[in-house]
Design a protein around this ligand. Structure first.
Ligand code: IMP
Length: 198
């Protein structure tokens, strides 16, 4: 089976391919269908944005399509950057600089007050146009320094609960077992398997 993933984010694409690798399903991206338009994320929630991206891609592809919206929520910042994670800082700023800015914003906070989570909402559209959403959350805390070279985005400053390493230090295999994205995608896989059995 082929599923279109409505994203231009190579980090997300690699992760979802990895998470789906034992299903035998093929995950294609927007560039595989020559869809080069940047879909504006104008929604107020992860659900809205995931649905906006999935619907835009489904209107062209008209078969199994998924999109996801995700973000980092820092408790001491009232849940920011949250749904604005990709747009919280100017677009030309590197992620090293963005991570440095986040660390500066909570510089005086002790470890127990640096709690945070990553959240991911996946929206799947079936060939008949039905929509189904799945949410995954990974709790953890913000590190005191930028650590590790794997992954993307805010990975170098996020330490998931139960681990002493940031997402960017632990590498793909562990991250893709425990991450917010892995949890949402695994629910989608369960749903798809049930659909395909029916
Ligand atoms: P969007 O879903 O395209 O709005 O982008 C979400 C943004 O949240 C990404 O560009 C990253 O900055 C951040 N983000 C979401 N998931 C992750 C992750 O797994 N690791 C690091 N950063 C992430």
């Amino acid at each position: 089976m082929k599923i279109l993933f409505a994203t231009n984010n190579q980090g997300k694409l690699n992760e979802v391919r990895w998470i789906l690798h034992d299903t035998g399903w093929q995950l294609i991206s927007l560039s595989d269908i020559n869809y080069n338009v940047d879909i504006p994320e104008t929604g107020q929630s992860y659900y809205d944005n995931a649905a906006i991206k999935a619907r835009a891609a489904f209107s062209i592809y008209k078969s199994w399509t998924m999109a996801e919206d995700s973000g980092l929520e820092i408790d001491a910042l009232g849940g920011k950057p949250g749904v604005l994670s990709a747009r919280f800082f100017p677009p030309n700023m590197t992620y090293f600089e963005r991570n440095r800015r986040i660390l500066e914003m909570i510089i005086d906070l002790p470890a127990e007050k640096r709690t945070a989570c990553f959240r991911c909402v996946v929206c799947l559209i079936t060939p008949t146009g039905d929509e189904k959403c799945f949410e995954g959350v990974c709790r953890g805390r913000i590190a005191h320094t930028i650590r590790g070279g794997y992954g993307f985005g805010y990975d170098p400053i996020f330490i998931p609960d139960g681990y002493g390493l940031t997402f960017a230090e632990m590498g793909q295999e562990i991250k893709n077992r425990i991450s917010h994205r892995a949890q949402a995608i695994r629910q989608m896989v369960q749903f798809l398997k049930e659909c395909l059995r029916a």
